[in-house]
Design a protein around this ligand. Structure first.
Ligand SMILES: *[C@@H]1O[C@H](CO)[C@@H](O)[C@H](O)[C@H]1NC(C)=O
Length: 378
């Protein structure tokens, strides 16, 4: 037996084995850690599926292939992207069903439900409350059974009503960096325990301090209760009653749906007094952080009041962001998405961490615009 041949054969097999096995990862302890997250926010989509796909592609949330014929595909496998909608998917356009399906599809494709967040807009609640003033004929025609079919879909026994109750909230406060990873870095990697997790609050209209005071959890609970009550009425036969609210709707639910309430409030957009807007926002941000000692709600983001040219960023540093640019054909405004990019990086020496924040405004057909940028040691 020619042993050199045998040795060569063994070398070849070992070589192939070495080529085929993936490089073994270095123990993570020796890597400088970088914690990062990208939050993409889109405002009022109002029944326009094509423009919704357009902004989600622009923001790198879904693959370019998506169209009316090709299902959307969530792009980011890393888990770093979070998509949030500030509500008003419905009314003024015909694509109600496509839009609710779109968000349900993305929610099921994303690494977790937490990666796709939907706020209720005043138009979702209007539809639940049988206020159909802004519903298009074309939209009704997309529902089997027309008006009755649409009403059924938007009830406790229908698919849209059910996804609203399960997957939509009045408001979401979202960590700009993953909370658990921050906690681990504080426990094990020398990140100072005084580091507050930065957060942004998303709501359709605006949260005035007189509402924020009650805590966000409480507001979400009141909104959910009103939504359920309204959808339950729509599960029954249509009545001739002209009352907006179902019988026995408590005062706190009526108040939530008032002009000053989070679904309708426009003060952050319409008050020209910058000082007053910023001190109101500051107060609201404090109230919104009240239940958690280790966070800081630094940004308020809302839709509802269209500015067709582009976002309005108020206060310094910018803490109030009005992001309804009238994306839908009904308005014909800028197709836009606001992106929060936040990274916390471990330095070479122990206990030294650097936080980078960037807020980027994306508009279809324009160059990305950096709204705010900050780098600091923490
Ligand atoms: C909530 O969203 C998930 C993921 O998209 C979906 O599968 C589920 O059906 C929704 N819940 C309801 C009750 O519709």
């Amino acid at each position: 037996m020619p042993s050199t041949k045998l040795i060569l054969l063994i070398i070849c097999i070992l070589g192939l084995w070495w080529l085929r096995s993936p490089p073994s990862p270095l123990p993570s302890q020796s890597h400088p850690t970088a914690i990062t997250r990208r939050i993409v926010a889109v405002a009022d989509l109002h029944g326009d599926y094509d423009h919704a796909l357009s902004v989600l592609k622009m923001a790198g949330v879904i693959e370019e292939s998506a169209s009316r014929r090709t299902a959307p595909k969530w792009l980011d496998g890393s888990g770093q992207t979070v998509l949030v909608s500030t509500g008003d998917l419905v009314d003024r356009g015909d694509d109600t069903q496509l839009l609710y399906q779109l968000f349900d599809t993305l929610r099921s494709q994303a690494p977790s439900k937490e990666h796709v967040r939907n706020c209720i807009g005043n138009h979702e609640m209007m539809n639940a409350l049988s206020d159909w003033r802004y519903v298009t004929r074309g939209d009704i025609d997309t529902f089997p059974g027309g008006v009755a079919g649409r009403r059924q879909a938007m009830s406790t026994s229908g698919w849209i009503g059910q996804t609203w109750l399960a997957n939509y909230s009045l408001s979401h406060t979202i960590d700009l960096l993953p909370h658990e990873e921050i906690r681990q870095a504080q426990l094990r990697r020398g990140l100072t325990s005084s580091y507050l997790v930065p957060q942004a609050n998303f709501v359709h209209g605006g949260i005035h301090p007189t509402f924020a005071e009650a805590s966000l959890a409480k507001l979400n609970e009141i909104a959910h209760s009103l939504l359920h009550r309204a959808l339950q009425r729509q599960a029954g036969p249509a009545s001739a009653s002209s009352d907006l609210f179902p019988p026995n709707t408590p005062d706190e639910e009526r108040r939530l749906y008032s002009e000053m309430g989070p679904l309708w409030y426009r003060g952050y957009a319409t008050d020209a007094d910058e000082g007053r807007v910023c001190s109101t926002a500051k107060q609201a941000r404090r109230f919104l952080a009240q239940d958690q000692p280790d966070v800081s709600v630094d940004y308020l983001v809302m839709g509802h009041t269209p500015h067709l040219e582009g976002f309005v960023h108020r206060c310094e540093p910018p803490s109030v962001h009005l992001i309804d640019t009238g994306i839908s054909r009904a308005y014909g405004g800028a197709q836009s998405a606001l992106v929060f990019e936040t990274t916390l990086t471990e330095g070479k020496t122990k206990d030294e961490w650097t936080e980078e924040r960037r807020l980027v405004a994306l508009y279809r057909g324009r160059k990305p615009k950096v709204v705010y940028e900050r780098t600091r040691k923490v």
